[in-house]
Design a protein around this ligand. Structure first.
Ligand code: FES
Length: 139
């Protein structure tokens, strides 16, 4: 790969922006458009964790994993989320209801640990509060 690679990343970001994820069916078209192999494109899509390969859930729960929130108990909050939802970070529930994601700082460090639930920030979140909020999402 040469100059095509410099175009590949912006193209993939644009596709994800437009469609919400990079469907496997897009890979051959992208490869053809840039004269790359499907393996080249697939390799980039799977290497960079920013690229989502499945649609987002109807609800999105993002938990901050950055240092300040980690120092304030983010690991326990994350454990609650993964156990309650039965998901690992970055996964979407099979019914498409919720996506659980990590985020690396929401700019609210002084009030951590922090979460963003459907674009609403939740500060000083604790496992019990998160468990209740997740229960509301699952209804
Ligand atoms: S470290 Fe979590 S909001 Fe900044």
């Amino acid at each position: 790969m040469g100059g095509e690679q410099t175009v590949l990343l912006p193209m993939l970001h644009a596709l994800q922006e437009e469609f919400g994820y990079i469907d496997d069916l897009m890979v051959p078209a992208v490869a053809s458009a840039l004269n790359l192999s499907r393996a080249d494109v697939h390799g980039v899509v799977t290497f960079y964790h920013d690229f989502r390969r499945r649609p987002l859930g109807r609800h999105r729960v993002r938990l901050c994993r950055a240092e300040s929130c980690q120092a304030r108990g983010a690991a326990a909050v994350e454990r609650t989320a993964t156990e309650r939802l039965g998901l690992r970070m970055g996964e979407t529930s099979p019914d498409g209801r919720v996506t659980l994601d990590a985020v690396y700082c929401l700019g609210l460090c002084a009030t951590g640990p922090n979460a963003m639930i459907d674009d609403v920030p939740v500060s000083r979140i604790d496992p019990a509060t998160l468990d209740r909020l997740l229960g509301d999402l699952m209804r």
